[in-house]
Structure formats: C-alpha cells, structure tokens
Design a protein around this ligand. Structure first.
Ligand code: G6P
Ligand code: MN
Length: 423
C-alpha cells in the first residue's frame, strides 16, 4: 500500500503523523510518499515521521519527493493538504476583500474564491497524474469547491474533508453542558455552512429547542475559530445549531469592523509564529522519540484524515461527516451539488445518508452559497472572467457588481503568478 501526502511540509503534518501512528496496525507495511515544493520543511517532516514511527515500532516507511510524479506513482490514496501561494497568498485573500468592505476570510467569500482559483488547477494536475482508481482525500481549501471541480471536470475519485464539525460539536457540548464524547450531531449543508437540527446523546435524540430555550449567552471567550457568544445568540434565534463560520454571514458588518480594527490578518499572525513553530518541530524531529507538542490543527485534524483513508481502504462503512455528491441526501440542494453530510464511508466511497430538507431560516442562504460555489468551481477551472464575476456577484457577502469587480480585478492581479488559467 502506498499513500501520497501532497503538502507534507505543512505545519499540520505532526498531527497527521500522530493520526498515522494511531492506525499504524491497520496500515502496516504502507509507504508514505511525502511531497512538498518546500524542501527544508519537507525534510523536517520526513525526519520527524521516520523517528516517530521507529520509536513506536510502526511498520510505516517514509519517502520524500519534490516532484509530483514519483510521489503519485502507485499510490492508492492521495492525501492533499497544501496551500498554494502559502501564507503570503492567504494574507492577500484576507486583506483585499476587507479594503472593499467585505469580510476577508481564507475559505468564505471572495477570499475563498481567490484561494479556489489557486487550488483547483493544482488539484486538476494531481487528478490527471494520479494512478487510475486512486482516491484523492482532500483537505486543501476551499474543500468543497475543490471537490466539486474535480468531480465535475475529471474522472478522479475524491472525498472532501474538513474537521470543523468536530470542533463545533465540542464547543456546543460545552455550551449546552453535555459530554462531548457521548454526543453526535448531524451537521448538514455546505462546508463551513452547515447546520445541526438533530443531536443525539448516547444514541437518543436530544430535545434541542428546549435546551436552547434555557441557554445563557456567555460574553467574550472568542478565538479565531470559536465565538461562543455569537453562536449562542444565533442558535437561540434559529432554534438549531450553526457552524462557527455562520458568524460571517449573520454578523457580516460587525466582523468587517472588527477585522479592520484588529489591523493584522490571520495569515500575518500565523506567519509571525511559524518560524518558532518549525524550529521546535525541527529540534524535536532529531530526537529518538519525538513528541511535537505544539502541533497546528489539534488532535482531531490528522486522525480524521487517517480514519477516512482507513474507512475507504478497509471497507469499514464508517459514519463520517464528509464532502461528497448530494444524491438526494439533502432535499433542498441539487443532486450533483457537493454537500457536507453524514455518510457511510467504505470501499465504494462515501454513501450520503438521507437527511431531509434544510431548516427554512437558512435554506435560501445555503442555496445561494451553493450557487456561488458552483460558479466559483467553474471559474477556477476555466479561467473565464465573466463566470468569476458572476461567482462573486452571487456570494451573499458581496451584493454589489462594482464591489465584485474591484475585488476580482485586484485579486486576479495580485495572484497572477498562481493563476495560469486566467492568463
Ligand atoms: C479550521 C477550518 C479549516 C481551516 C483552519 C484554519 O480548522 O475548518 O478549513 O483551514 O481552521 O486554521 P488556521 O489556524 O490556519 O487559521
Ligand atoms: Mn475546514
């Protein structure tokens, strides 16, 4: 068995290695082909992996590659976790929309659109170069636009991942005073725009409206990925649970003000801490039993990806929340939409479970985001400027042709080197 990891120099890799260690027994004998264009970071992660596996007696081997083909050749699974344009590109995605009064975010809105335009061509290249029959297991954002582009424009097999639902269920467990490890939420919708109307504790349905009725709205405690006070406020209004990214839709103008006041982008904040982070990982990678403690992404990130590969490979039919074709699972979205939904994952791929309609208060919003995503995927594949403009005009953050044009012109120019399809 061979698994290619594209973007293996990523700061998220230590968590992935931990996930691999966790399932080393199920993956015994596997070759992990690490690929990255950043040679020093690739070398650090390869050494970290080899030493971690050796210390724990895991039968996993690591090869390192800076060109794509040898990494992909013979790989049954291609795990994609790269960021084209790096943090510098992300900074542009986060700052250009903001100049024009629109939330600047790496995956949502015009920032996510620009990232899609950089990610999609690379994914198409990987889809074309991978072995026929290989599964692409994708974390590269925006994961659902990438998944949609690959599904509709290539013959490759792809499953789109995001671990946001794990963190969100954890946050809701805390807010609702329920034990996280006994809780299961059915998050449905689109990546970073999901909603949970159904929640089970030890398999039994929880009376969510009643719980929300008594929910206190706590003040403060917001981090970039958790805004409990706004989430609680929204959940009380909606009567069900929203994904953390819903704050960008329902508090758009307030978030724009806050982002402007903050002064630095998330990309700049991460860039400032990355040198120390990599130095620490590099130091740890040389030890005989490395244990990188300050990993990016948290525990669930890597395990979720490795568990997905195991579910496919071992035909586990495991219930997982993934991005795949709708096929009627969500009644309010078209059949070939890429949705995020609970699915049974086995050798034949994810089989989405029937979830019914989206709740009315967010049905139209989710459908609008879907129309944007469809146009974004097509623009990212074809490089057609008119489709790109339509995508931005369709996005609920934008609502203005002239704003859409300004962001598009500035974004395409700033990212020119990464956008061959628009040349
Ligand atoms: C969450 C999202 C990911 C996103 C990440 C960014 O996990 O689900 O899609 O890439 O946050 O985190 P960062 O630390 O890079 O801001
Ligand atoms: Mn995500």
């Amino acid at each position: 068995m061979k698994i290619a990891i594209i973007g293996a120099g990523s700061g998220y890799l230590p968590g992935v290695l931990r996930g691999l260690l966790h399932r080393a027994g199920d993956l015994a004998g596997t070759e992990l082909a690490f690929h990255d264009v950043d040679e020093p970071h690739l070398a650090v992660m390869a050494r970290l992996g080899r030493n971690m596996f050796a210390a724990r007696g895991a039968a996993l081997t690591v090869t390192a590659h800076t060109s794509l083909k040898p990494a992909l050749d013979g790989a049954a699974y291609v795990f994609t976790t790269f960021r084209p344009g790096g943090m510098a590109g992300r900074h542009l995605d986060e700052s250009i929309p903001l100049k024009h009064g629109v939330v600047g975010q790496e995956t949502a809105g015009p920032g996510g659109f620009l990232m899609a335009c950089r990610s999609v061509p690379v994914l198409l290249e990987i889809a074309a170069a991978a072995d026929p029959g290989a599964w692409i297991v994708n974390y590269t954002n925006p994961t659902n636009v990438v998944t949609d582009a690959v599904l509709r424009h290539t013959d490759a097999k792809i499953i789109g991942l995001c671990d946001q639902h794990v963190g969100d269920t954890e946050m809701w467990a805390e807010l609702l005073g329920l034990p996280f490890d006994r809780l299961e939420a059915d998050w449905i919708g689109l990546n970073h725009a999901t909603w949970a109307t159904r929640l089970r504790l030890d398999g039994a349905e929880v009376d969510l409206p009643a719980l929300l009725e008594g929910l206190d709205v706590p003040g403060g405690g917001a981090t970039p990925w958790r805004d409990p006070s706004r989430m609680a406020e929204l959940a009380r209004a909606l009567g069900f649970l929203p994904n953390s990214y819903s704050k960008y839709y329902f508090f758009h103008d307030e978030v724009v003000r806050e982002l402007r006041e903050k002064g630095t982008t998330r990309a700049e904040d991460i860039q400032a801490m990355l040198p120390a982070y990599y130095a620490q990982v590099a130091a740890e990678s040389g030890r005989s039993d490395p244990d990188p403690s300050r990993e990016r992404g948290g525990g669930e990130h890597g395990e979720f990806a490795v568990d997905t590969i195991c579910a496919l490979h071992r035909d586990e039919n495991r219930r997982m929340i993934v991005n795949t074709r709708n096929n009627g699972a969500i009644a309010s979205l078209e059949a070939d939409a890429v949705v995020e939904v609970p699915a049974l994952v086995g050798r034949a791929g994810p089989v989405p479970l029937t979830m019914g309609a989206l709740p009315r208060p967010v049905r139209g919003l989710t459908q609008a985001i879907h129309e944007y995503e469809r146009l974004a995927a097509d623009a990212a594949v074809t490089g057609d400027r008119r489709t790109a403009l339509q995508a931005l005009m369709a996005h609920p953050f934008v609502r203005s042709k002239h704003t859409a044009e300004k962001i598009l012109d500035e974004g395409l120019a700033a990212h020119r080197a990464h956008l061959p399809q628009f040349a």
